[in-house]
Each structure stands twice: as structure tokens, then as C-alpha cells.
Design a protein around this ligand. Structure first.
Ligand SMILES: [Zn+2]
Length: 148
């Protein structure tokens, strides 16, 4: 199996085995290619580019799947849930007011957090390599019987 390597024309600061995970995570968070730090990760709000425009790293082959929304919900909940409890304890506002304030706040927080978190996950995944996904094999059929 061949692994993708940065092109010889890649910038000097392109990813190497010695590049720290925090470097590639930080690059992804800032919408910069985790490999070279110059190209973009996203084409639009959340669509990952097929390959980096600068170093041609196949970023589109990295499948972040459900991890970015999971982390986003986890972080937004930990940021906003303590104020929800504090407001309830301090003023006990009616439920409609809670909903009018906190639902938009959670929505905005998730919209703002999701993109940098997905970029960070894509950056982290570059540390795992760019091997193509394994071929899907046909499921095994019914067991053969040699006694028939
Ligand atoms: Zn790049």
C-alpha cells in the first residue's frame, strides 16, 4: 500500500513525521491546509476541498464523519449550560424566556464552533495518513455444504 507524501514542490514547512499534532490541528482550525499551512481546507462552510490547492494533499479523502458535530455539541454544552443553570437559580425566568434566549444562543454557538472544530478534526486526521479506504468486499454468502 502506498502512502501519500507531500510533493517535492511543497513548501519547506510542510508536514513531516516530526510535525506536532497541535500544529496540524491549529492549521485546520484556521482553515489552512494541515499539510502545508497555506491552502484552504474548506470550499464553502463545511465542504472539505478534494485536494489542497498548494500542496495537492488529498484532504477530501479524509472522512471526519460525526466527530465534529459531537465535539461541537460537547463544547457548546459545556460553555452554555452553566449560565443556563445560573440564570435559572438566580431569577427563575419562565420557560418561554429560557427558550427564547438559550435556543438561539446554542444555535449560534454551534454554527460558530462547527467549522473550526471540523478543520481541527481534518488536521488531526492527516496524522493518521491518507491511505485510501479499504475495498468493500462482498459479504460472505451462505456456508457451502460439501455433503449435499
Ligand atoms: Zn496544502
Amino acid at each position: 500500500m502506498t502512502r501519500w507524501e507531500p510533493a517535492r514542490s511543497a513548501p519547506a514547512h510542510a508536514i513531516t513525521p516530526a510535525t506536532s499534532a497541535w500544529t496540524v490541528i491549529g492549521r485546520g482550525m484556521r482553515n489552512r491546509c494541515p499539510v502545508c499551512g497555506e491552502g484552504k481546507v474548506f470550499n464553502g462552510y463545511l465542504r472539505v476541498v478534494d485536494e489542497c490547492e498548494v500542496c495537492h494533499a488529498p484532504l477530501g479523502s479524509l472522512r471526519a464523519d460525526d466527530l465534529p458535530p459531537y465535539i461541537t455539541i460537547f463544547v457548546a454544552g459545556h460553555i452554555l449550560f452553566p449560565p443556563v443553570l445560573w440564570v435559572e437559580k438566580a431569577w427563575m425566568p419562565p420557560m418561554w424566556l429560557h427558550m427564547a434566549v438559550w435556543l438561539p444562543a446554542f444555535t449560534i454557538a454551534c454554527i460558530l464552533l462547527l467549522r473550526p472544530i471540523k478543520g481541527a478534526v481534518v488536521g488531526w486526521m492527516t496524522r493518521l495518513g491518507f491511505d485510501p479506504p479499504p475495498e468493500v468486499k462482498a459479504p460472505p454468502g451462505p456456508p457451502r455444504s460439501d455433503h449435499a
